[in-house]
Design a protein around this ligand. Structure first.
Ligand code: HEM
Length: 209
């Protein structure tokens, strides 16, 4: 896990500084744009979690890291419903099409690499809690009501211990050197995909010329 963190530190810094991400953490994002982002994350989580569940059925040893209670697709559907966006109507932006294509290919070619993608999305729950707080403050919805923000803050006060547990279990997995290298590359690719998605979300907001 330290290796994954170090290998992606530069990309985390870049992602954090993206105008779309800063609009989230400052609580200035328009509600429609927040919902559009959730819709894209739903397509990504649904694809990844479906593939991870397949992998777990082939390799039951992975059950401690591939856990249904960590999956986010259902929470994203609930958040979208709360914000009045039908989940079935979400159309993928180009970055999402590209990333979901990569997930599907990787599931065939080297499925363990998907744990590197999962690391990034699981780890992002740490920062997402701050975003949830900013957005909930804005909406005047005081905790513990997290309706509409379940994706950003799925575990509440349990986030830190759950993350520590996830790290411990991942560190204890016997992973072959070539799979570890593939996980590292997958983690980097996932950060790039999320950054490209942020570009798409900002870009498609630009007024037509
Ligand atoms: C406004 C944007 C963001 C903020 C403020 C933020 C903030 C944070 C914070 C405070 C942590 C916990 C650091 C620690 O306790 O060691 C963290 C961890 C992490 N974040 Fe972010 N983050 C942001 C965006 C993102 C994005 C877009 C992703 C990728 C989808 C991401 C992925 C991660 C990962 C993988 C970790 C775990 C690092 C590790 O300990 O291995 N973050 N982030």
């Amino acid at each position: 896990m330290d290796r994954l963190k170090e290998a992606t530190a530069d990309l985390h810094a870049k992602a954090e500084g993206h105008p779309f991400q800063t609009s989230l953490v400052r609580g200035t994002v328009a509600t429609d744009d927040y919902a559009r982002w959730l819709g894209q994350m739903l397509l990504i989580h649904a694809a990844l979690e479906g593939r991870l569940a397949e992998l777990r059925s082939q390799k039951p040893d992975l059950a401690p890291v591939i856990r249904d209670d960590l999956f986010q697709a259902d929470r994203l559907r609930a958040d979208l419903a709360h914000h009045g966006m039908p989940a079935d109507a979400v159309k993928p932006l180009p970055a999402t099409v590209e990333f979901v294509g990569w997930i599907d290919r990787t599931a065939q070619e080297r499925p363990l690499a998907l744990l590197g993608a999962n690391y990034v999305l699981e780890g992002s729950k740490n920062g997402n809690r701050f975003i949830a707080k900013a957005l909930m403050r804005r909406g005047g919805e005081a905790p513990p009501t997290n309706a509409g923000f379940q994706y950003l803050d799925p575990h509440g006060e349990a986030q830190r211990p759950m993350w520590q547990e996830y790290r411990q279990v991942m560190n204890g997995m016997p992973i072959a050197a070539e799979d570890a290298a593939a996980m590292e590359a997958a983690a980097r690719l996932t950060f790039s995909a999320v950054t490209k998605l942020s570009d798409d979300l900002v870009g498609s907001n630009a007024p037509a010329e």
